[in-house]
Design a protein around this ligand. Sequence first.
Ligand code: KG4
Length: 356
Amino acid sequence: MGRKKIDKSSVKIYHISMKDILILGIESSCDETACSVVRNGREILSNVVLSQIDIHKLYGGVVPEIASRNHVEAIDVVFREALKEAGVTMNDIDAIAVTYGAGLVGALMVGVSFAKALSQATGKPLIAVNHIEGHICANYLTYADLEPPYLCLLTSGGNTSIVDVVDYNNYDVLASTVDDAVGEAFDKVARVLGLPYPGGPKVDELQKQGKASYAFHTVLLNNGNFSYSGLKTAVINTIHNSQQRGEEVNAADIARSFTVCAIDGLIKRTEQLLGVTGRKTVAVAGGVGANSYIRQRLDELSKRGYRVCLPKLALCGDNAAMIASRGYFMYLEGQFADSLLNANPSLKLRGQKPHH
Ligand code: KG4
């Protein structure tokens, strides 16, 4: 019997898979300054989010310049807090994952510059994370057993897509909006209804008291993609026409009719694609995943035998734990960035065409 020869490369893989991997996540793409430490892509050791919502509320929306300045002031404190809460130092961190797009350019640059400086100073590798891919990974932080393949319904303020997550690092975009994102439509409808920023949750509260009495056209296009700008315009015109005729607008009914229309098309297409791909699980990602009506419609899907994954509410919005989780899977594949990394405000999902 000859002795078994040791393959050095497999020894290395064994070593990596046995050791806990700690990723520091950094997120500053819009109006949240966030840092987090996540173990092995799934376990949150700390998740610090400093929201600027109260500041931007005064202006009815996010003011990019003000967002950047507040990120600069907050990022160091948030970073230190995240390490403290996790009970670790930078020596324990294996890599630094940072959102580099999409988002507001000035806001992104704060996180990217901070991460690059930290990487240079500590020698820890840098990982450049697509914010939308981060949103998908919020599901791994909620469901320890979730594994690809599955469909992901992405519903954020800047993106609306249905993605086939083939494995941890590969996916296909199967359908997406050709204009506005669903969250953007919620925010614009909130504004014409006179609701304060951030509008999505306010429309959600209002729609619970209304009836779907206004007939708006579906957001689902014949080619299987979505369009939200037509729905948004229809809502605005309905409100303005009523006001011009001196009629009272039933805001709750408008909110309900809009919500049903905005969500039903997404659910219908999701069901079609579950059928086409044969996937049995659908995960949700992005801020609109917090909407009560989408949660009700998804519950119906689960009663029909599909597994539905919804990230915890705190992980639906922007946070750095999801960025750290995404960073972990990139770390395992050795997908590192160098010191030339820059912010990319219009970064798309791979396979998604730019619409504007
Ligand atoms: O994913 P997210 O936090 O930020 C982006 O990365 O875009 O999504 C924010 C969007 C906003 O448009 C917000 O109005 C919407 O999610 N949103 C909601 C609800 N909560 C947040 N829309 C409808 N109903 C909600 N309950």
